[in-house]
Design a protein around this ligand. Structure first.
Ligand code: FAD
Ligand code: GLY
Length: 355
């Protein structure tokens, strides 16, 4: 392949949840799309994540960013049903609420203050006393003082979501170039020309940088258009739990617990500003297990089945960049930091509208 004709309307570089969601949305609207990944798509941060859909529990301060996150959450049921219709894989969307727990008077006051704020914003939430919390989650420690339930939030199995996106993209005719080497943007002073890799040159009308934590390293981008993205490491682990031991996403001091339909309980996550180091460390695992067992001592005899880590893509402002750049035809969808799974539907829509 190497002709000069435009071969794809859009080339997406980076096949994480963000790149694949954009590719799916564009293909749904009739565009010809290619996705280039230097590795296996739907791995990286998108595989490592916990999959929580938590615009309120994440305590986002920036009002317009919080609104973006809430709008994306509202789009999720329709997004997932289109994915299922296209590719036949159900990524287990569960909107059964997220419970933040308090184990001290100060944490209880914090829950009450957050509940008051949510009430003012018309977000459905309940402030709970100790008995209410234990009725919802009987396996939590009896020392729990109370909690806050945000009813509209929940989770999706992000690894299944990756598979659902790949299947839906394939069904919609998206070409995926996995494990491509030497991927580079090709452009002149004014506009993009396409994407080059060891698999050849693919002319393209537009190119989207969706390279996650590596976005600033994409080859071929003129220096004044390089996006600033830094990695922020997160370690996680999984226990195999008896069905129903923990029923919904629970935030406890020092860790969150995410029960999956397959019987795993994810425990996450550390937040470490140490570059692209993805080792799972003794300290990381200890801190997560300590926090989880303090909140739910009943977990202590469960089998520890998996440990992993990933890097969140973070920008200096803490906000994602989604849209055009000063180079005609070159777009970025980067910097989704702690909320890239949540933001997939709205990022895809915004990029497709912009393109
Ligand atoms: P990635 O998934 O990292 O994908 C980037 C892709 O680009 C990769 O496939 C990579 O191989 C490819 N790539 C990189 N450079 C190049 C190149 N030069 N050429 C070609 N390909 C390239 N978000 C939530 O919403 N909810 C959560 O509960 C949640 N929990 C998290 C827990 C942890 C531990 C972590 C680490 C993250 C969590 N996140 C969560 C954040 C979320 O995972 C990310 O924001 C999201 O996955 C970013 O997606 P992405 O597609 O931009 O990046
Ligand atoms: N959003 C959860 C995390 O990034 O750990």
């Amino acid at each position: 392949m190497g002709g000069k004709e435009i071969d794809a309307d859009v080339a997406v570089i980076g096949g994480g949840i963000i790149g694949l969601s954009i590719a799916f949305e564009l293909s749904w609207r009739g565009a010809r799309v290619r996705v280039f990944d230097r590795d296996e798509p739907a791995r990286a941060a998108s595989w490592a994540a916990a999959g929580m859909l938590a615009p309120h529990t994440e305590m986002i301060e920036d009002a317009s960013f919080r609104a973006l996150c809430a709008d994306s959450l509202a789009m999720y049921p329709e997004f997932v049903s289109r994915l299922f219709a296209a590719g036949g894989i159900d990524p287990h969307l569960r909107l059964d609420g997220i419970l933040s727990t308090a184990f001290s008077e100060i944490e209880m006051e914090d829950c009450a203050a957050r509940w008051e704020t949510l009430r003012r914003r018309s977000v459905k939430a309940q402030i709970l006393d100790r008995d209410d919390v234990l009725r919802l989650e009987p396996s939590l420690a009896s020392t729990v003082r109370g909690g806050l339930l945000v009813e509209s939030e929940g989770q999706i199995d992000n690894r299944l979501l990756g598979r659902a996106l790949l299947a839906a993209c394939a069904a919609r005719g998206v070409t995926i170039h996995a494990s491509a080497r030497d991927i580079a943007l090709e452009c002149d002073e004014r506009r993009v020309l396409g994407v080059r890799s060891d698999q050849g040159f693919y002319p393209s009308g537009s190119v989207v940088n969706a390279c996650g934590a590596w976005a600033s390293q994409l080859a071929g981008v003129p220096i004044d258009s390089v996006v600033e993205v830094e990695p922020v490491k997160g370690q996680m682990l999984a226990l195999q739990i008896p069905r129903g031991l923990i029923q919904r996403v629970v935030w406890a001091p020092g860790a969150y617990l995410v029960p999956r339909d397959d019987g795993r309980l994810l425990i996450g996550a550390t937040v470490e500003d140490i570059g692209f180091d993805t080792r799972v460390t003794a300290r990381g695992v200890q801190s997560l297990l300590d926090a989880a067992l303090r909140a739910a001592p009943a977990l202590r005899d469960c089998a520890l089945t998996e440990m992993w880590s990933g890097v969140r893509p973070s920008t200096p402002s803490g906000l994602p960049q989604i849209g055009a750049t000063s180079i005609a035809g070159y777009f970025v969808a980067v910097g989704h930091y702690r909320n890239g799974i949540l933001l997939a539907p709205i990022t895809a829509r915004r990029m497709a509208d912009a393109l």
